[in-house]
Design a protein around this ligand. Structure first.
Ligand SMILES: [Zn+2]
Length: 612
């Protein structure tokens, strides 16, 4: 018998099997129980979160004559036929491959005919945002005059690409990313059922790597199982997720911290020989150092079991480097990451990096460093001299390389052989999530959210609360809230934490009754994001013509945080035109950038206003 992928075998067949979507499934079940069926639904959310599974379960539940508590029986002929994709009345269309007007016209014509076997004809259109404009128009006509007993379920990962005319005619459900905890529990359940032994640490590695997609988690689990049929091992999980074996990273880190540049170069080569590419190595190192920083701050800030290291490892590492050194390391890593994006010779950059990292600190952090005996000191000085020479040579090579034109990078044999793995992460913000919040942001929403921020924190765990202490809400609408983090690496930490996002969203919902999507941004990028949004939406242009509004806008931008003496406090400011409301935020050191951008946009008199 051929092997069947876990995510197929374990595809949810009941609403209660869907992981992490309780709000959606409860509402859908209620609709079935109370017979309040709408003729069109939109299921929006990231990939692998259960949208099409939910659509099929809904198609069954609405047609099953033995449904109980809103769940399909999965036993009757109709249920079985839908599960197997054999019922003519349930039609699945992949818009990614059927994006023509013809196909939708075809739906329009056929939708007119009553269902043949079932009570309802159900069209499930996956990736609906891929439809052409013509096809959307044809679909709109159908939705405007919905035939009796026909239900459309539109599924998409990119709802903002769907015309508002369509959105306004559907009942929308937002599917959330699956938390690492939910993914962990689901995998545990499946493995227990299959009587497969597992290392829980391996499951955490997989759950974190899946980044909110249950299907991704199960695909990675499948790959890990292919190494060893009846066991899930940590090493295999690390290999498949492309994460450099943590012990090697730890060795590398200990060496650079002890200024053993030469040894660190060897370890780095070992890591690359494992088949990792340079970018991935840097990313892993950044997240490694981030974990150490957090651990140093407060051990409970990280869940040790999800890092693939032991408590003792952390204790050992924390002794070695001060947080100042760690921050310097992260800076170096961020710089090299940028430079490396365009090179065909990443190894040279990595060598320079390694030597730079091994040189960080001695004088600067002398207070915190343990005293070194004098002969190790001379030895160290010699080593440093040698390394400095080496670094000069390498820097020269880099300069030469930078001057040669960039060719498309050819993957090394190692890269070609590499296991398929989850997508690489970059420290970047997701405008697709930010813009929809900004489009409807109001100052009142922000004030409301800030008022209950403390209550929300109280509903979270201690580590989550500590992480959020360096953050604050900077914009809010009825459907979303944008939270800015002081440090980029803490932003990344938070953005990677799907459990945190989920918990914040449900806490906010409990407090306000509103379902709001939480979006994180690094604080230093926020002024630029906001300014770009204003530019993209043409707010800037309109205001360039009328000076009084420019002045009002300036106050709105600058006045909402800690205003300079004499400026009215934000709460008592006169009401502003709606486009200004997106500007509400805390005053931050980055406001200087903001002024520069604003000046570019609105002319120089804006600066005068700010100066008084
Ligand atoms: Zn049934």
């Amino acid at each position: 018998m051929s092997y069947q992928a876990l995510y197929r075998v374990w595809r949810p067949q009941r609403f209660d099997d869907l992981v992490g979507q309780q709000i959606v499934t409860r509402t859908l079940k209620n609709a079935i129980i109370t017979h309040q069926i709408s003729h069109a639904y939109l299921f929006a959310g990231p990939r692998g979160t259960g949208k099409t599974s939910a659509a099929k379960i809904f198609a069954k539940a609405v047609n099953c004559h033995h449904s109980k508590d809103g769940e399909p029986c999965n036993e009757c002929e109709i249920c079985k036929a839908i599960t197997n994709g054999q019922l003519n009345d349930v039609i699945e269309i992949d818009a990614a491959s059927n994006n023509g007007v013809e196909e939708i016209r075809d739906i329009r014509d056929k939708a007119k005919y009553a269902p043949t076997q079932a009570d309802y004809k159900v069209y499930i259109i996956d990736e609906v945002h891929m439809l052409s404009t013509g096809a959307f128009n044809a679909l709109l006509k159908t939705l405007e005059e919905p035939p009796a007993n026909v239900i459309f379920i539109l599924a998409t990962t990119e709802p903002h690409k769907i015309p508002l005319t369509i959105i306004s005619r559907v009942q929308r459900f937002d599917f959330r990313r699956i938390s690492a905890e939910d993914a962990f529990n689901r995998m545990k359940y499946i493995l227990d059922q299959k009587e497969i032994t597992y290392d829980e640490k391996a499951l955490w590695v997989i759950a974190n790597a899946a980044e909110g997609g249950m299907r991704d988690a199960l695909s990675i689990l499948d790959q890990v199982l292919s190494f060893s049929d009846n066991e899930v091992k940590l090493d295999d999980a690390l290999l498949v997720t492309g994460s450099v074996t943590k012990q090697l990273l730890k060795k590398y880190f200990l060496e650079i911290s002890k200024h053993e540049g030469a040894a660190a170069l060897d370890t780095m080569k070992d890591i690359l020989d494992e088949g990792k590419d340079g970018q991935r190595f840097i990313e892993d190192l950044i997240s490694f150092i981030r974990d150490i920083l957090l651990y140093q701050e407060l051990p409970s800030l990280i869940s040790v079991e999800s890092t693939g290291l032991k408590q003792e490892d952390f204790e050992e590492i924390v002794q070695l480097a001060s947080s100042a050194t760690l921050y310097q390391m992260i800076d170096e890593l961020n710089n090299i990451q940028e430079e490396m994006r365009f090179t065909t010779h990443p190894d040279v950059y990595l060598e320079v990096l390694t030597i730079k990292l091994a040189q960080i600190d001695p004088q600067k952090n002398i207070q915190s460093a343990p005293t070194v005996s004098s002969d190790t000191n001379t030895e160290a000085t010699k080593m440093i001299e040698k390394l400095q020479q080496e670094i000069q040579q390498l820097q020269q090579t880099v300069k030469q390389l930078q001057n040669t034109p960039v060719k498309a990078s050819r993957p090394s044999p190692q890269q070609q052989n590499e296991q398929p793995r989850v997508q690489q992460k970059k420290v970047q913000v997701n405008l697709n999530k930010i813009y929809p919040v900004l489009e409807n942001a109001t100052r009142q929403d922000l004030i409301n959210v800030r008022e209950l921020w403390g209550d929300m924190l109280n509903l979270l765990s201690v580590p989550q609360r500590s992480l959020l202490h360096v953050s604050q809400p900077v914009a809010a609408s009825a459907v979303g809230i944008i939270v800015a983090f002081d440090y980029p690496f803490l932003f990344q930490q938070a953005a990677d934490d799907t459990t945190l996002l989920g918990n914040m969203e449900s806490a906010l919902q409990r407090l306000t009754g509103n379902e709001r999507q939480v979006v994180f941004v690094p604080k230093d990028k926020w002024p630029k994001i906001r300014q770009d949004f204003i530019k993209d939406h043409g707010f800037g242009k309109n205001q360039q013509k009328t000076q009084p509004i420019i002045k009002q806008k300036t106050q709105a931008t600058e006045g909402s945080g800690q205003p300079p003496a004499g400026t009215p406090a934000p709460m008592v400011e006169p009401p502003l035109p709606p486009e200004d409301e997106v500007l509400t935020e805390e005053k931050s050191p980055q406001e200087d950038n903001q002024v520069a951008t604003a000046q570019k946009l609105f002319g120089s008199d804006i600066v005068k206003v700010e100066d008084n």
